[in-house]
Each structure stands twice: as C-alpha cells, then as structure tokens.
Design a protein around this ligand. Sequence first.
Ligand SMILES: [Zn+2]
Length: 186
Amino acid sequence: MSTENLWAPWRMDYLCQLESSGDLDAPELGSETSSSTCFICDAVAGKGDSEHARQRLVLQNDDRGVILLNRYPYTNGHLLIAPIAHVMELSDLESIQRTGLIDLVALSEQLLRVGLNPQGLNVGINIGRCAGAGLPGHLHVHVVPRWGGDTNFMQVTGQVRVIPQALEESFSHLSETLRKLIDVLH
Ligand SMILES: [Zn+2]
C-alpha cells in the first residue's frame, strides 16, 4: 500500500499505545501477539452483540471473519478485514479460510464503492512489524478508499481532531449501507 504521502498523526498515537501496552515486549520479528490481548479476536468474540460491535467498530462478523472500521485510519472509511483465526500469515490459513477472507475483502470493496464513492482503493497486507503491521499476530487486510487530494484533507482533519466524530458517523453510515448491500446480494 502506498502511504508515503499520507500524514496520519493518529497512527503515531496508535503505535505509541502499542508500545506502552506491552505489545512490543516481544519485539522479535514474527513473534506472535497473544489472542487474549488481540483487538481482532476481541471483535470476533462479540458476534451477535450489536453494542459490542458498535463500540469496536465491527461492521460485519460472520463465519468468514470480520470487517472493522480502523480506529486509526489513513483516510475516512479505512477498513480492516481479518479471518477468525489468530494467525500471522496467509499460508497459516486453510484454503477455505483464505477464500472467505477474500470474499470479505470483495464485500468491503463494494461497501466502500457504494457508501463512500472513492476514486480509488488501496488493498494491502502488512506481514510482520517490520513491514508496518500494527498487530502482527493477527493477519488483516487493509482496504483504504482514496480520493484525489485526500492527503491535504487528512492533514486538516488530523490537526483539528475531528476524527472521533468522523469515525462514529462513518460507522453508522457504512453499517447501514452494508445491511442494504447484503440484502441486495442475497
Ligand atoms: Zn487475534
């Protein structure tokens, strides 16, 4: 994912938070974070609980995995898609789990197209802390909507700290859009 031109100060908060919470206590590259401290496993565990989902920005939670709105986004609508299994790499998944994951990535792509009408999308996976994974223990796919000039937009929103409100609004909007989309697909 090309993020060189994106300035996202809230991601620094995130990385600092990881350091202080001890997630970096085992800095050896490839070391596994425990599933008990994993925010994706926590999201998965709340299946069927709408309040749990809203607090954790979980848009979809089914047998294939979860779609989350990233709390520390590069752009508005930055999604994380993860399998249920707490594994580090694509090769750790069984074929049917990989298929499910990609189905959810495709659903996310449709969701962002319909819900936010971006001009482009970045889809990517960072495997290992060295590659930029904030949570290296639990494989996740980033889907980031892009607009011309979004880097300027994000600098402004970062400075005035509108992100928390923007997150709640985005969550409500995308959640509603996804329910309608799933109705159409079935
Ligand atoms: Zn996990």
